[in-house]
Ligand binder design. Sequence first.
Ligand SMILES: *Cc1c(COP(=O)(O)O)cnc(C)c1O
Length: 397
Amino acid sequence: MTSALLPTYARAPIAFERGEGAWLVARGGERYLDFGAGIAVNALGHAHPHLVAALTEQAGKLWHTSNLFEIPDGERLGQRLVDATFADVVFFTNSGAEANEAAIKMARKYHAAEGHPERYRIITFEGAFHGRTLATIAAGGQQKYIEGFGPKVDGFDQVPTGDFEALEAAIGPETAALMIEPIQGEGGVRVIPHADLRRLRALCDARGLLLIMDEVQTGVGRTGRLFAHEWSGIAPDIMSAAKGIGGGFPLGVCLATRAAARGMTAGTHGTTFGGNPLAMAVGNAVLDVVLADGFLDHVQQVGLVLKQKLAGLKDRHPQVFSEIRGEGLMLGLKLGVLNTDFAAAARSEHLLVIPAGDNVVRLLPPLIVTEADVAAAVERLEATASALATSQRGAAE
Ligand SMILES: *Cc1c(COP(=O)(O)O)cnc(C)c1O
């Protein structure tokens, strides 16, 4: 079929019509268990009544006014994020890449304000993903995303994760900051050890560098804490979040300490849509649920149940599953079969999972999944593994 859409995505041939909790209903009525959540976006599942009410109520009142005027719900959401995190100030965006752009600009401007405009370079880590704008593809450092798009944006130096010798060697008089995902998402659910994060914090303090955490995928409860860096006991200077924070409404945010944000004075940055009243109504509604007593405990508990069941699955199908990794409801299965084949086979079992780098499929269910949903997903993963093993045997004969 020819399409008017630019063919930058190889789309699966399914269109969904509606959703309920962790389930999606396709045109024609078939039900799929959604363990991808629109790439960790639908944190509260589909059609959550509190989000639907917040959005529809706001939609009848006011959509957009621009950032030339005060937006009370934005003040409120900002204050709630400040109260719940290390941050003193926030800047709302429409996406993760824009939140990272704000973080990168802020780190550079900080050093400029300190009298060191020559300190503009940011060290990032192999396997990273920070978005698809020109600066964030340079930050991510993946050749397949950079090639053909002209000169790479200057100012990013990449080192292997966990190699502190290489990291120390990469720090120079022009270095402004380190930027890291506490768990690499697109890179294949690769967890940065908590001890390494603490070491990065100490290194930044010793060398006068800012620590930027990209929590676009790990944030807003995904790992069982509000933000994943909390598990390590350290705090960044600047942090980006997006994906889950709008529960499906396009919303991102860059958070920072007042010190790190000192260069971002009036007129230094902007956005037309970022933080508009619709987004702020939904963002506040998401936080109502995620910050409620017991919600993050639920994520931890159901994440643990899922991880335990996956361990059993791996024991029964060692030729399909080679490793289970991740935290909370951000889990990765490293596979002995091609991950895109696995995702397609799981789709035949009416289970949605998401391929990632390092031949991993990600399980990123809505944070509201029940233990019954988890049991159903594991049954479907089991069926997928069996089907793939049978087809492999068939091909070998
Ligand atoms: C998805 C993602 C981004 C980019 O977010 P967009 O909303 O697609 O721009 C950046 N960083 C990480 C860690 C992500 O997972």
